[in-house]
Write a protein that binds this ligand. Structure first.
Ligand code: ADP
Ligand code: MG
Length: 456
């Protein structure tokens, strides 16, 4: 790929990202990345320094993958971030390392390690429903400062169900309504890394000061700290200190405290001392509400029947996946300038949905029976009482009756017969089946198999 193409591709991706991210804080991480190569589904980007590299790896790789999937149909993209200067000369290297050292200090005091709150994750953009009612109420109370007695709040649930969204909503609410309060948001992974780094660089004191000065600690994906003994020890002290000073702590995790492997027992019991709330999987109605809310926020439009189909048939229960599919639908519609219908997404995006058997139409069933007996519909519509016509006619009538929502009258109309004749045909087959008539049983089996093949 020519260099210009590379630049163009990244620019294209970057434009997509800019659409989604309004926060300048976040943009600063992304805008300095450059494309090194794009091969098959692997994109290699270059970061100007190690902080940006680490930060992007931690926070944006999944996001970039989603954009690549949705906007460019690159499924399972592999994103590698390399560091600028891998091809540098010795002189450049010493220059760079002194720059990096300087950055090291600056970044540290600039809180490079805390997570910027996603401005779009607010209570207003969150749809409260049965699956997340308690978590929502607890977070709302905490944001307003009413949850002093329930500390910490521990939110658990599967990935993609809204834990991070709710936690950031608390942070955003407090920053607007109680701007003097110091809100700090971190992930388990980042805390672990920062702690180890501060040990290495003799900055433990600074590290502790930063965390102890917080009024509200938002700790996302706390399960990650169980990877480090010393980290858990440190966190235990921090937790106890904040707790006894009445500072609000909110934790999220993918499981209950006792189910986090290798989690220190003291921490586990602390986590259980406040309020534990679960976010469950959303019902079909909640999914519809979440989709509608998302479309409204983004000023997108999708037909109601498509929304309903997606909510009812999507394979994944994760809200993140649900919104991913909605994005794909919107992007496809715009890209190919087509009107997105249920039929369209059923054929274009079928991997995302449960495969339910399609209902065949009466005409399709007739076609299958006619092929099997080598006759035509007009033969079956005729007055003929010849066995080689009567049997296929009865079979067709029976199969249509059993496999489609057609009424006796409408089946009658197809075969030019009244509804009592249709009823007789159905009864006849039912009787033969009940009597285990070999011919009838085997033929029905064969025809049903052919119908299944036809449905795919
Ligand atoms: P988790 O942290 O549980 O893995 P996230 O908070 O990252 O999940 O949520 C995944 C995506 O789904 C985000 O884009 C979030 O805004 C969205 N989302 C989840 N639940 C809801 C909800 N109830 N209302 C609106 N958006 C939601
Ligand atoms: Mg999360």
């Amino acid at each position: 790929m020519a260099n210009n193409d590379k630049a163009a591709s990244w620019q294209h991706i970057f434009n997509e990202i800019k659409e989604k991210i309004t926060d300048e804080e976040i943009l600063k991480w992304i805008k300095d990345l450059k494309t090194v190569s794009i091969e098959a589904n692997t994109i290699t980007l270059e970061a100007p320094n190690k902080y940006i590299k680490m930060w992007v790896e931690d926070h944006y790789v999944d996001y970039l993958k989603e954009i690549l999937k949705n906007a460019f149909h690159i499924i399972d993209a592999n994103i590698k971030i390399t560091l600028k200067g891998n091809t540098e000369t010795e002189k450049d290297k010493s220059l760079n390392s002194s720059i990096e050292e300087k950055e090291d200090k600056q970044s540290y005091s600039n809180d490079y390690y805390s997570v910027p709150l996603n401005k779009q994750y607010t209570f207003e953009t969150f749809v409260a429903g049965k699956s997340n009612r308690f978590a929502y109420a607890a977070c709302m109370n905490a944001a307003k400062g009413f949850e002093r007695l329930n500390n910490p709040i521990y939110i658990h649930g599967d990935v993609g169900l809204g834990k991070t969204h709710l936690m950031h909503a608390v942070g955003n609410y407090i920053r607007v309504n109680f701007p003097k309060k110091n809100v700090l948001c971190v992930t388990g992974e980042l805390y672990l890394r920062e702690f180890l780094n501060s040990l290495k660089t003799n900055r433990l004191h600074e590290f502790n000061n930063k965390y102890e000065a917080t009024d509200v600690l938002l700790f996302d994906d706390v399960q990650f700290i169980s990877r480090g003994e010393a980290t858990m020890e440190e966190f235990f002290f921090l937790f106890s200190k904040l707790y006894s000073n009445d500072k609000q702590i909110i934790l999220t995790s993918n499981s209950l405290p006792d189910d986090i492997i290798d989690l220190d027992r003291r921490l586990s019991s602390r986590f259980q001392s406040g309020l534990i709330v679960e976010i469950g999987t959303p019902s079909v109605d909640e999914k519809i509400a979440i989709i509608e809310n998302y479309l409204k926020i983004n000023k997108y439009y999708i037909k109601d029947e498509v929304i309903k189909f997606v909510a009812e048939n999507i394979k994944s229960d994760s809200t993140r996946d649900l919104l991913g599919v909605i994005n794909t639908i919107v992007v496809k519609g715009q890209l190919y300038n087509v009107e997105v219908t249920v039929d369209y997404i059923q054929s274009e995006l079928k991997n995302f949905f449960l495969q339910r058997d399609r209902i065949l139409s009466p005409n399709e069933i007739i076609q299958i029976v006619c092929d099997y007996y080598n006759i035509k519909l007009v033969d079956m519509q005729s007055k003929s009482r010849a066995v080689n016509i009567v049997i296929p006619r009865n079979m067709s009538i029976y199969l249509i009756y059993k496999n489609t929502p057609s009424s006796l009258a409408s089946i009658g109309a197809i075969f030019k017969r009244d509804h009592s004749t249709i009823k007789n045909s159905i009864n006849k087959i039912e009787r033969e089946k009940a009597a285990n008539n070999d011919y009838t049983v085997n033929t029905l089996k064969e025809l049903s198999n052919r119908m299944k093949v036809f449905q795919k």
